[in-house]
Design a protein around this ligand. Sequence first.
Ligand SMILES: Cc1cc2nc3c(=O)[nH]c(=O)nc-3n(C[C@H](O)[C@H](O)[C@H](O)COP(=O)(O)OP(=O)(O)OC[C@H]3O[C@@H](n4cnc5c(N)ncnc54)[C@H](O)[C@@H]3O)c2cc1C
Length: 507
Amino acid sequence: MLIVGGGINGAVSAAALAARGVKVAVIDRGDFANFTSQESSNLVWGGFKYLENYELPLVWKLCGSRNELMKAYPNMITELGFLATLDKTAPFPALLAGLGTVGYWGIGRFATKPPKYFRPKAIKKTEPIVNTATAKGGVQYQDAYLKDNDARFVWSFVRSALDNGATAANYVNLDKAEREDGRWHVWLRDTESDRELKLVAKTIVNAAGPFVDGLNEKWGNATDHRVVYSKGIHLVVPKLTDSERVLAFFDDTGRLFYVIPMAHRSVIGTTDTRTENPAEPVFDEDRQFLLDQINARLDLDTPLTMSDIISERSGVRPLVVERKGGDQTDVDWTSLSRKHEIDVDKPTRIVTIFGGKLTDCLNVGEEVVDAVSSLGIKMGPEAEGWFGEPSDEEFQAFMARARKLGLDKAPDIEREPSVAHVVWRRHGRAATAVLDAIEEDPALASPALASSDLLRAELPVMAEREMITRLDDLLRRRTKLSLVLQRDELGADAGMAEINQVLFNKG
Ligand SMILES: Cc1cc2nc3c(=O)[nH]c(=O)nc-3n(C[C@H](O)[C@H](O)[C@H](O)COP(=O)(O)OP(=O)(O)OC[C@H]3O[C@@H](n4cnc5c(N)ncnc54)[C@H](O)[C@@H]3O)c2cc1C
């Protein structure tokens, strides 16, 4: 089986199939998660805002997926409150929003803390930064977020696939695939060395995200569904609130947007605009829109300007629509569903994944397994632990060892319980290799870069296990360093020399 695309959908499919003994390879023409899956809001959520479009089945399903992920990843995924301030731009009164949050809690099987209603004064007391001058009230509902980042989460599935015998290759492009004698003959190109590789596969899973339609067209695969693009951007700025809470507001168009915690920074986003270009950058008008929206809703001594932006993200949601549904120009864009669909073409043996959410990844994995089974590929018994963190006993044993090495202290980076928690979250079972390295040389317990939570001892472990090919793979995807630190700051850091040495063997 060949999986084309190593975003969340390709990675989770590879992990789910490898866990059942299927001989599988996953490729991406860039790094794993280099496209949409590194541009999300990092939220693991049931989609409170989709209730506005009465998408009850989707919200029910997403809440179930959120609950399953929260249980499976008790350290990587953290529950947090979403405090939504309702003012004149809110599309409904505070009381109705309050009822909505209770309904949402119920749809979420009461798996989170209960929602709360806030009068404007209480909002001010809880989050003094919020401008409550025109607020009518506020509601807080609960969801969760990926404490590291989306791309690291994707990597965990690639690693799981590798651990169960899969082949995974980043920076490998699919140049051409032809069906001959009931097999796919595939020409691949290593984009680093320009070397051509050849592969034969029984079945292809098309997990190319925004690019699925282009590949299907080339392969003559007429699907029932296709994707359209909705662009969303995020701006990373200095920390706006001390709490580990999401602040939610309705923008001037009545759409919810957020201030989301990310280490010692805040992330403002997102937007939802139609585009035909899957790789559209952040434009000045996008930046200005978000800055204007947030400045109007916060009590800041000095309003945020473009010079406060530390980093930014821009991605397109590949939204699934029915092919026979026309060009979609006459629909309310923001109301298009965020569901996923999986099309199976039996004659050509192509399984295509359309749309989806990070939150729904386990369902995508299971559904791809079913789709592949329907093509007659045999599945073995499911390997245990193909997703999720290792057991609590393993976590406790790791923490006990980490305490002895003095890693139970809080790191310089805020909102982290301890250095050990960060290491565990990042590496899971492989975190013990980091402890081994520190036991051998205690100096390796120091940060790899100033103002970072990455330890020097992690570098060799990552060099060996994480298929880091370019510096950005480390800074942007295996960690979130280039999101929370300015590029110049990173470039000037003396620790960069050691990183280059350990990862790429160059000084
Ligand atoms: C702004 C924004 C915010 C979001 N927020 C959230 C959120 O908070 N929570 C949530 O659950 N979801 C969120 N989502 C949705 C989620 O991020 C996406 O649904 C998901 O990342 C899509 O993953 P994917 O694997 O389908 O696509 P991608 O991540 O784009 O992966 C497709 C991969 O295919 C590769 N590829 C394409 N063509 C080829 C080829 N010819 N050869 C080799 N490789 C190829 C690409 O390089 C790419 O890496 C958000 C999305 C956006 C845009």
